[in-house]
Ligand binder design. Structure first.
Ligand code: AMP
Ligand code: TRP
Length: 346
């Protein structure tokens, strides 16, 4: 061994991300993830999948799973992703994800996984009853990313720890197999006011597909009236909006609504405060509701059209899977060679 600093990754930049087909898409997914995908597709090759392998780490009704997979793909397309620029595919359609995950399971350390907070949250009080898949979920996520040697990974803030783990796994693999620079250490792209959208019912909990209260989230397919009602009923404190951004500190619900407005309008929270500071929620909430409803209406109507035409969505998914597999298979073959597997099988 030499003590030289490791050779950095010198391959092409590529973006990759995924969304689980485990429930209706909401404003958090839209702002934390999808909006960023649309922007990045102009800058580099993109791989965007529907994370069905991840979804089954908790029980999914098989009939619903296929439907939801097409629904996520429809949401990608309706939000402005161009299937010529981005390969859009179901994770399970590219075998290399699962195969690479096995190899990376043997690289990742138990101690690393024991620290994952999402597992602790999702497994709850009875962790012995959680699936083994839920435990190794972050290793599969590392395989998703590294199979494409992705350098850029746009995600919401809740995925930060999984991205750090991916970097650790990539660095350990490169080191263990004397292959410095083989896997890139991917950059998480998290910043922005939409990186952590909170529940409308509780400013300390993130907006989530699995929250039992539908009032806690705004779904991409909600109609304008529902959106306006949900925003109107969103929990807030009785004070008017502060005159400065600093005044949002300690006011989680107000901060969340201002952050949503900023993310959707493409401005900073300070600019929102400059416009609405000192006003009560009675005037801010309808403005926010309108903004969300206006943005979602065309996306929802295109999503509905696509969901009525599954053949069109399936063509996109099939073509995306073929393009993705070509890249991922190559990485998998190189990885197997580095590990020392018998080179015979194609
Ligand atoms: P999931 O629905 O868990 O598959 O999440 C898909 C993407 O949406 C990931 O990049 C998440 O980080 C992001 N995301 C999920 N919930 C939120 C939220 N409340 N705020 C911001 N981003 C989110
Ligand atoms: N775990 C991510 C989530 O729940 C989804 C996901 C799976 C993902 N594989 C990924 C995101 C790879 C980015 C990169 O939000």
């Amino acid at each position: 061994m030499t003590d030289q600093t490791p050779a950095p990754y010198s391959g092409p930049t590529r973006m990759l991300s995924g969304v689980q087909p485990s429930g209706a898409l909401h404003l958090g997914n839209y702002l934390g993830a999808i909006v960023k995908f649309v922007k990045l597709q102009e800058e580099m090759p993109c791989f965007l999948f529907v994370a069905d392998l991840h979804a089954i780490t908790v029980w999914q009704d098989p009939a619903e799973l296929a439907k939801q997979t097409r629904e996520i793909a429809a949401a990608y397309l309706a939000s402005g992703l161009d299937p010529k620029k981005a390969a859009i595919f179901p994770q399970s359609a590219v075998r290399a994800h699962a195969e690479l995950a096995w190899i990376l399971n043997c690289v990742a350390r138990l101690g690393w996984l024991d620290r994952m907070t999402q597992f602790k949250e999702k497994s709850g009080k009875h962790k012995e009853r959680a699936s083994v898949g839920l435990y190794t979920y972050p290793v599969l996520q590392a395989a998703d990313i590294l199979a494409y040697k992705a350098t850029h990974v746009p995600v919401g803030e809740d995925q930060k720890q999984h991205l750090e783990l991916t970097r650790d796994i990539a660095a350990k693999f490169n080191n263990d197999f004397g292959a410095q620079g083989f896997f890139p250490l991917p950059e998480p792209l998290i910043q922005g006011p939409g990186a952590r959208v909170m529940s409308l019912r509780d400013g300390t909990a993130k907006m989530s597909k699995s929250d039992p209260s539908d009032q806690s989230r705004i779904n991409l397919l909600d109609d304008a009236d529902t959106i306006l009602q949900k925003v109107k009923r969103a929990r807030t404190d009785p004070e008017p909006l502060p005159e400065t951004v600093e005044g949002l500190t300690g006011r989680a619900e107000a901060d969340n609504l201002v952050g949503i407005y900023a993310a959707l309008a493409g401005i900073t929270k300070a600019e929102v405060i400059a416009q609405f500071g000192g006003q009560g929620f009675g005037s801010f909430k309808p403005a926010l509701g309108e903004l969300v409803a206006e943005r979602f209406a065309p996306v929802a109507s295109e999503m509905r059209r696509l969901m009525g035409d599954p053949a069109e969505v399936d063509r996109v998914l099939k073509d995306g899977a073929e393009r993705a597999a070509a890249v991922a298979e190559k990485t998998l073959a190189e990885t197997k060679e580095l590990v020392g597997f018998w080179p015979g099988r194609g």
